[in-house]
Design a protein around this ligand. Sequence first.
Ligand code: SF4
Length: 434
Amino acid sequence: MEGNAGSDRMPLLNPKVRKNSFLEVELGYTPEQAMEEAGRCADCSDKTCISGCPLNVNIPAFIAEVARGDFEKAYEIIKERNILPAVCSRVCSVNPKCERACFRRDGGERVSIAALERFVADWHNFNTNYGAEPAKESAAARRIAVIGSGPAGLACAGELAERGYEVTVYEEGPVAGGELAENMPGFRLPESALARDIASLEALGVEIITDSRCGRAEELLEVEGYEAVYIAGRSKLHAEADIKGASLKGVFSADCFLNWVCSKNKEKYYIDAPEFKSKKAVVLGSGAKALDAARSVRRFGAEVTIVSRTAESDMKVGPNELRRAKQEDIGFIFLSSPLELIGRDGHVAGVWCEKLMALGDEKTGFKYIPLYESEFEIRADIVITVADSGREYFETAENGIFSFSGDVPAAEAMSAGKKAAAVIDEYVKSRVRV
Ligand code: SF4
């Protein structure tokens, strides 16, 4: 297991309350706690935290401002690279790459970079009235349309607005944020944090139109007069796991389940869902989505076990996130592969698994080998499956249409959105203005 990232220095909601509440688990630093934590940064000569961050935020510089108590200056430094800091600091905290790259290891604890970024973003957002000032406008602005308001779309829109473009984001759903709004349960990303970051984007002049099924990208260019269109799509949403028995009643894909959870918990923090109460739920997967699904169904009163193909040290989530799940009485069966789902009368009744052996180590990477005659059954009333992400990731440019489609963590999607903005900027500048 990796050494501790430091985020558990942050005050946490009591696990007894967490078991049936979608309130945010991490409670955030006070200014004094933030300054104390910031004082732990060694301002190393080889700043590996910066290269570890997918957005390359100047981490030691913003932390130094926090240590000095200049939180607004710290916010400005973060915003140079990260347009959604309240969101990113929460979503990334499941496995923060910057913290994994942090040199500081006193007592096994690294600097709590995500928690400090969250403090700065919240401090700024709570002390700013975004509605007070009219959004920036430029009469000479050139117009760009963004389709999709997930992290890639928002980051692209924010970057283009910073560069002086007039940007309109079209979102099909009722709330801006895409997967952040629709698949991220409130205990990890409360609606208010997303709304505040989006308000700061709107203050930059970005227009976001929800409930909007805009026409095809070509129409936006030819009829609506946009100079470029960025399609920030989602891939693999609602993907089904490839396992025998997946069509039995009581089996859900993690995407569908989380989508349903978010449609409820974004409005209420306590949800009565008797269909899950006291049921045995098994979640098949080893990443952030598996943990989100497991922790959500636990909050409905189910007894939950995660079956992971990997060893504990090879889970695709950070140690803090695992610790939080264990505090909430979620059980784990590591090194086990689901073979098929067992049904009775058309409903799922169990998962047939086999044991695996891990070869290798954390440095060289693990290889998992099935063990002979190691099959076993786990009883289950509910099974939640997590499909492999596939990590599709591409951008194309054709007559002013640019696109991104990825199933990647939010910070990486934002990084792709920012890069796309730079390419679009170059493309538009190369065109003769009509
Ligand atoms: S690696 Fe850690 S201790 Fe070093 S500068 Fe970055 S945050 Fe500070």
